[in-house]
Ligand binder design. Structure first.
Ligand SMILES: NC(=O)c1ccc[n+]([C@@H]2O[C@H](COP(=O)([O-])OP(=O)(O)OC[C@H]3O[C@@H](n4cnc5c(N)ncnc54)[C@H](O)[C@@H]3O)[C@@H](O)[C@H]2O)c1
Length: 318
């Protein structure tokens, strides 16, 4: 199987490439990545010499370049991780989010149609559903819940999801979508919550937490997310959306306290800072569909996964 993996020099894409090459001896991967500020070629060093892997620097929104690459490589499937992914940046400057996340996704799907590519998978997020209140812990978003994105980032991802579903219906594209909870694990960019808090704790600096820190996220280890995408690629039904989450909800403040405990950092260094505009309160997804249809289960226990993640960054590899 030949896979075109976009955004593979980023956090989840790189972990996906490592896992796929480890799990499937017959898998060949071409990675297309623009190497924006978020992409690090060094992350891919462990697979650069693998004859089954090839890196191509390029922009998913560059339609001609994407088409040329797909005509040359003839992938069996495209997995689209490439995105602008940081909510705060999308609030400051939404334009590039619309270009990459929406037009880039369309360019990839058009190339799939032109090349007769058998499969397309869109890596999306639970943020497309908007948020849930904090005082109704039983509520969860299902795959059919309405799209109510709060940030320009989430709106751009929701727009891409709508386009994917339209391409399935209009052109018969064999596409699937996964909507994942927040991921944690190695190789995440230093601007994201967990690596940032670890870096601040280690540097003896204040740990800035938005608002009251009560906002709740469901944390999923990145390898569990990658395993879900692998399953969806091989056994998912065309035109279907699959929520992916661990049901492991933690408030931001509890998560940061845990990091402090692990690193022996005094809790007094946690500094509450003015809230992000439109900050979502709680994310939680119902994952019954992927569990029932594909037999997926998260494997990594949260406390253990977090301890390993903290040690990984503290070891200077972040
Ligand atoms: N991180 C999470 O917790 C999370 C949760 C759910 C869904 N997602 C989704 O998973 C995907 C990957 O997220 P991540 O956290 O690994 O992101 P990331 O920011 O770490 O990596 C994004 C990668 O995409 C590349 N890229 C950006 N624009 C590009 C373009 N125009 N052309 C080609 N490459 C481009 C970057 O260089 C980078 O390597 C995204 O689509 C994101 O929306 C992330």
């Amino acid at each position: 199987m030949v896979l075109l993996v976009t955004g593979g020099a980023g956090f989840i894409g790189a972990n996906f490439i490592f896992d796929m090459l480890r799990r499937h001896a017959d898998c060949r991967i071409v990675c297309l990545d623009k190497l924006t500020y978020a992409g690090r070629l060094e992350t891919l060093a462990p697979v650069m010499d693998d004859p089954r892997f090839r890196f191509v620097r390029g922009d998913i929104a560059d339609r001609e370049a994407v088409l040329r690459l797909m005509q040359r490589e003839r992938p069996d499937a495209v997995v689209n991780f490439a995105a602008e992914s940081h909510v705060d940046r999308s609030i400051e400057d939404p334009g590039v989010f619309l270009r990459t996340n929406i037009l880039g996704t369309a360019a990839l799907m058009d190339a799939c149609l032109r090349c007769g590519t058998a499969r397309f998978h869109q890596v999306s997020t639970d943020e497309v559903y908007g948020d849930l209140p904090l005082d109704q812990p039983g509520l969860r978003f299902g795959e059919q819940s309405p799209l109510r994105a709060s940030s320009p980032y989430a709106a751009s991802k929701a727009s891409a999801d709508l386009l994917v579903m339209a391409y399935v219906r209009t052109y018969g594209l064999n596409a699937t979508i996964s909507r994942s909870a927040n991921n944690y694990g190695p190789h995440q960019h230093g601007e994201k919550l967990i690596p940032r808090m670890i870096a601040c704790a280690l540097a003896g600096e204040p740990l800035p937490v938005y608002g009251t820190g009560e906002n709740v996220r469901d944390w999923l280890h990145v390898t569990d997310h990658c395993a879900a995408i692998d399953l969806i690629l091989r056994r998912g039904r065309a035109g279907e959306i699959y929520n992916v989450g661990a049901g492991c909800e933690r408030s931001n403040i509890d998560l940061v306290r845990m990091i402090c405990r692990e690193l022996g950092c005094p809790q007094e260094r946690i500094a509450l800072v003015p809230d992000r505009p439109g900050h979502d309160l709680r994310y939680a997804v119902d994952t019954d569909k992927i569990r029932r249809e594909l037999g997926w289960r998260p494997q990594v226990e949260f406390e253990q996964g977090m301890r390993e993640t903290i040690r990984w960054y503290a070891g200077g590899r972040g």
